[in-house]
Design a protein around this ligand. Structure first.
Ligand SMILES: [Zn+2]
Length: 250
């Protein structure tokens, strides 16, 4: 069966001198592997396509009997040249993509995740100075978009609007709820303290796209609060923790 897939190239490997295998992420198929036979020598069929971080429209053929997918030809939609040359930006992009792979193996219907990933890469490519926490922001947003979006506006116990209550609030990670400072003592389970700036940052993350939060600057204390709460949240809801350069599922 043949189809047209717009996909982000996550990884490229070469084998048998002229052939290549790719790990791709498309909004329709999720993360999947495909072969490009003759891909390393065919300038006509895959001109400039077979590099990580490229967005490519591929003509794809799936062979159900043999259980694999291969690429017939590709047309480059856009590359991210600045990302590839800037070690700091590249490091952040790779971290985001590792998380995407760890969370999102082969899920179909990935439009929202695909859009978030592309917007994040485009912002890293084009934007000003990205915040060092960008990969963490990406993880938070991915977790929120998987159906675990907490309510950052009101206290889950008394209903007071959190931006009108005195800080800090308590983020109850397991329930995805917040308690105001008055109701903190009724919170149970894993929890993180959020001052006013950290709360506002998490609200921005849940409501806006990467163009809005990629260069967010936060004071040290708020950075610590956001980092701790996102790590706890991702660990609890997605079962992933960052360990020696890769995400580990436990
Ligand atoms: Zn309350």
């Amino acid at each position: 069966m043949e189809s047209i897939e717009k996909a982000l190239v996550l990884k490229v490997g070469r084998f048998r001198e002229v052939d290549a295998w790719l790990k791709l992420f498309s909004p329709r198929k999720g993360v999947f592997n495909a072969f490009a036979f003759g891909g390393s020598v065919s300038r006509r069929r895959f001109l400039g396509c077979l590099d990580p971080l490229n967005v490519v429209t591929f003509k794809v053929k799936s062979d159900a009997a043999k259980g694999y997918t291969y690429l017939l030809e590709g047309a480059l939609v856009r590359a991210h040249p600045r990302l590839r040359q800037d070690q700091e930006r590249l490091g952040m992009a790779v971290n985001c993509l590792k998380f995407l792979e760890a969370v999102h193996l082969g899920h179909p219907g990935s439009e929202a995740v695909y859009d978030l990933t592309l917007e994040t890469l485009d912002t890293l490519e084009a934007g000003g100075n990205p915040c060092g926490l960008l990969p963490l922001f990406f993880r938070a947003r991915m977790a929120f978009d998987q159906g675990f979006r907490p309510d950052f506006t009101a206290c889950a116990r008394c209903g007071v609007l959190l931006d009108q209550a005195p800080p800090p609030s308590l983020f109850l990670v397991e329930q995805g709820r917040l308690h105001c400072s008055q109701c903190r003592r009724w919170g149970k389970g894993a929890a993180a303290i959020l001052g006013g700036e950290a709360l506002q940052a998490l609200r921005d993350l849940s409501e806006h796209g990467p163009a809005r939060w990629a260069d967010m600057s936060l004071p040290a204390r708020a950075r610590g609060e956001v980092a701790r709460s996102v790590d706890l949240f991702v660990e609890y809801h997605l079962g992933l923790t960052w360990d020696h350069g890769s995400f580990r599922r436990f």
